[in-house]
Structure formats: structure tokens, C-alpha cells
Write a protein that binds this ligand. Structure first.
Ligand SMILES: [Zn+2]
Length: 255
């Protein structure tokens, strides 16, 4: 495949100005690079498309943003990447269950902006994310400076493991599951949920946000807190975690 141009003229999807658009990554490329470095330039990407598992050097690029908007997003990306890398290193010690400092606001903006970028990207690795134009707009507004990301949605961050033990704890961080959405019902009200997996973290978002009584639930980020005890989450407890993901993960691990 020919190397992509680093920029091209177009309309920035965020500020809507006619500018040079950068070749950018909806899921920050640093997550892919870490894995690709270990695996001859290839990462394992799981999607729900007809070819659900890929050993790939694809990392989901598209021309989306101008230079200035791209740099604004990079602030969230760099924060989340560094936090997940450091936290993963601590969680390798399975006995570690301590509190970890987390800037909830920044992490929430990273999560919302990542889903937004995936939703507007034409790159087919994001085809499992099915969101309406209204939902895309809610995502976009939630990470802009003047908005509170927690106003419309709730965010989740969990240490993913396989309770049946087929997927080794050490292998989990080497798999990227591309953003996938699901529709659910909560107290008879419909909601849309979205998740992706990077560095062994199950990263999720639901719109609208959960009820007040659920906001102290440790599986959701709480903006009033400065620290987090990362909850562990069993793949088997996640109905949105499609059988195809699990089967393909197992296949990858077995290869
Ligand atoms: Zn822009």
C-alpha cells in the first residue's frame, strides 16, 4: 500500500474551516504502535465486519481534522495513553488494587472524542460503531471546552479479564477491539452504549447518562473523584461483548 500523504485540503470536521487536513487516527496510533513493535509491524484488530480478525498494519487513519484541532485532541490522547500505559504496568501485579490518580475530566474527553472521531471516519475498521447524526453531535459537544462531558453521558473504564481463563492476562493488552455500539434498555428507557478495548482496558460510554443513584457505581467514572480503583470486569459479564469477539480472540491466542 502506498504511503498516505500526511495532509490534504478539505473541511475540518471540528472547526468546519477550509484547511489542510492531517492524516489522523481515531484511536491514537500510539496504541497500535506498541503492539506492532512487538509483532513484526502488525497488530491484532477485532471488528464485527466480515473479516473479524486481522493481523494488520492498519491503524484506522483518515483525513479529519486541521492541524490546530488535531493538536487539541492530542492533549486528551497523550493523557489517556500515558495513564493507561502506567496503570497497565501497575495492574500486571494482580494483587494491586490500590487507588490511582485519574483526571476524570480529561479521560472523559478522550473517550468522547475517540468515539466521535471513529463515528465520523470513513475508515471501514470503525463500521461496527453505528451512531445517528444526533448522537454524533452529542459526542462532539461533550469534549469541547465549554461543555461538561458528564452532562449527557456516563463513562466506564475497567480492567478486562476472561473469567474462564482461556485468554491469558498477558495477552489481553495485545488485542485492539475496534469501537462497537449496542442498544440497551434501562428501566424501560432506551440507551446507546459504545465500547472499545485497548491495553486490556474496556473503555465505554453510554448516552444518556446513568441515573443519579447509579453514579457511585465503581464501574462508572465519577467526575467528583480524583482517584480511581480500576474495577475488574469479566468478559463473560458483558453481553455486548459479542461472541465473535471472544471466538476470534481465542483463535488469535491459539495461533
Ligand atoms: Zn479544525
Amino acid at each position: 500500500m502506498a504511503k498516505k500523504k500526511t495532509s490534504t485540503a478539505g473541511t475540518c470536521k471540528l472547526c468546519a474551516e477550509e484547511k489542510n487536513l492531517r492524516w489522523s487516527h481515531a484511536i491514537p496510533n500510539s496504541f497500535f504502535r506498541d503492539i506492532q513493535r512487538k509483532n513484526n509491524g502488525q497488530s491484532i484488530l477485532l471488528t464485527t465486519t466480515p473479516e473479524p480478525i486481522r493481523r494488520t498494519n492498519e491503524s484506522g487513519g483518515d483525513y479529519l481534522l486541521c492541524d490546530r484541532c488535531e493538536r487539541d485532541m492530542n492533549i486528551f490522547d497523550a493523557y489517556a495513553y500515558n495513564w493507561m500505559t502506567d496503570t497497565r504496568a501497575r495492574l500486571v501485579n494482580t494483587k494491586f488494587r490500590g487507588r490511582i490518580e485519574l483526571n476524570h475530566n480529561r479521560m472523559a474527553r478522550f473517550i468522547a472524542s475517540t468515539f466521535w472521531r471513529c463515528a465520523i471516519s470513513d475508515n471501514q475498521i470503525y463500521d461496527s460503531l453505528k451512531v445517528s447524526a444526533d448522537e454524533i453531535d452529542i459526542l462532539r459537544r461533550s469534549f469541547l471546552d465549554e461543555h461538561d462531558p458528564f452532562h449527557n453521558m456516563s463513562f466506564g473504564l475497567a480492567d478486562l479479564y476472561d473469567g474462564e481463563g482461556f485468554i491469558d492476562r498477558a495477552a489481553m493488552p495485545n488485542v485492539i477491539i475496534s469501537p462497537t455500539s449496542w442498544l440497551g434498555t434501562r428501566k424501560r428507557a432506551r440507551y446507546i452504549g459504545m465500547f472499545f478495548v485497548v491495553k486490556g482496558f474496556f473503555v465505554s460510554l453510554v448516552v444518556p447518562r446513568v441515573a443519579y443513584s447509579q453514579r457511585n457505581d465503581p464501574t462508572f467514572l465519577n467526575r467528583k473523584k480524583t482517584h480511581i480503583v480500576v474495577p475488574r470486569m469479566d468478559i463473560r459479564s458483558l453481553p455486548m461483548f459479542k461472541a465473535v469477539h471472544r471466538a476470534t480472540m481465542l483463535k488469535f491466542i491459539a495461533e
